[in-house]
Design a protein. Sequence first.
Length: 170
Amino acid sequence: MEVLITADRIQTRVDELAAEIVRTYDGKPVTVVGILTGCLMFTADLIRRIDLPIRVAFITASSYRGETFVAGRLEIHDELLPDIAGKHILLLDDILDTGKTLTRVVAHLIDRGAASVKVSVLLRKLGRQEVPFEPDFVGFTIPDKFVVGYGLDFNDEHRHLPFVGILQPG
Ligand code: 5GP
Ligand code: MG
């Protein structure tokens, strides 16, 4: 597998993102909400560097792709989410691709009464976005390739890799 972003570069960048986030919230309490399962490593690494009063929670969002793709279909499960009414949310996802997932999840959190929602993604794929959406904190912009590792999967494989790699087709 071709390594696109080494484990070292990821760790350095996560340090920088955490510092930016701490400056932005300036001592205010934050509820960090990770979108499972891709957010796994990013969430674990980032929250250990955020020196703020934080709560950590998770939400599930699955879109149907490939053969079973239905335009705009996305299932959000928030059974694991505590009461977020009036809370400042920092939403974490592995990658911003078309933007549909994050747009929908942000709307969902606002609907549940969040006071504010800021978004941090590890990766942003260039030239793929279909809906306008600006994340607040971005780790890396990457070319339009299918990537795995550091939480990102193909059929739930490769999530454990400490780097981000390009999965070769076939
Ligand atoms: P969006 O709604 O922005 O199109 O999709 C975001 C979701 O699609 C991500 O959370 C991720 O689950 C999946 N995704 C998009 N691009 C990739 C990729 O290159 N590799 C992997 N493993 N998942 C991706
Ligand atoms: Mg995802």
